[in-house]
Design a protein around this ligand. Structure first.
Ligand code: ZN
Length: 148
């Protein structure tokens, strides 16, 4: 399996006290990134992540008030309703190094964040409601590859 070629890469930081998910979404929409990979590290002053309950098909939020390290931020950019859409998961650690994580939600405020976004060339992935999981997954079950 191979991944598409990188068209552009961005590296930089998001502002203090900004909303992490909103900041990433604004950036990919401003730069018109339709397919990409997001990675990052940093720290939060308040974080909201969610756990997806596969039985009830609902997200249960978990909140972390106070400083946490962003040990890892990992996700992607694809299209939902025709617009660039960010899907990111995050690992956070506390003062004892204990790690928590989940699906990043709006409301996560940054202390600092250094991130990289790679935009890929070629085809696009569009999200749509998947009845079996209740999630908005990629409509195609196929892989996108850099091989013709
Ligand atoms: Zn998720």
């Amino acid at each position: 399996m191979s991944i598409p070629k990188i068209k552009r890469s961005y590296i930089g930081q998001l502002p203090y006290d900004s909303d992490l998910l909103d900041g990433l979404t604004e950036l990919v929409r401003r730069e018109d990134i339709k397919l990409g990979r997001i990675q990052g590290i940093g720290a939060t002053t308040h974080a909201i992540v969610a756990y997806y309950d596969q039985n009830t098909k609902t997200y249960s939020p978990l909140e972390f008030d106070g400083g946490m390290e962003i040990v890892s931020l990992s996700g992607n950019v694809s299209l939902r309703d025709g617009k660039p859409f960010v899907h990111v998961h995050i690992l956070l650690s506390d003062a004892n190094g204990k790690v928590y994580g989940g699906h990043l939600m709006k409301g996560t405020k940054l202390f600092a964040c250094e991130m990289t976004i790679d935009e890929f060339e070629g085809d696009q992935l569009e999200r749509g409601k998947d009845e079996r999981t209740g999630l908005f997954l990629w409509k195609t079950g196929q892989m996108i590859s850099d091989k013709p």
